[in-house]
Design a protein around this ligand. Structure first.
Ligand code: ZN
Length: 93
């Protein structure tokens, strides 16, 4: 029997959800509200402004990770050196 995705109505083989919607479900399970917040913030904008908003979201994620890293590095004596090296690696990418 052919199945169509419960979410987007695309053909999904023998699954309730297609491959893309399965991936979306997995992101929601892992990150809770964050995927929806990102989609709301980016897709509700005109297409030409979406790219810059994506960059802002990526920078926000990097900043949040840096802050978390900084908090976890407070226990180590050479934390400043480690943090500088990580920042250089991030800037290269
Ligand atoms: Zn789907």
């Amino acid at each position: 029997m052919l199945c169509y995705c419960y979410l987007c109505n695309e053909y999904s083989g023998l699954q309730y959800f297609c491959e893309d919607c399965t991936k979306i479900r997995r992101y929601i399970q892992l990150f809770k509200k964050r995927p929806i917040q990102i989609l709301d913030r980016i897709l509700s904008r005109p297409e030409d402004k979406q790219h810059s908003k994506e960059l802002i979201e990526i920078k926000k994620d990097i900043q949040e990770k840096e802050e978390n890293l900084q908090a976890s590095l407070n226990e180590y004596p050479n934390k400043d050196q480690v943090l500088q090296e990580l920042k250089k690696r991030i800037q290269k990418n």
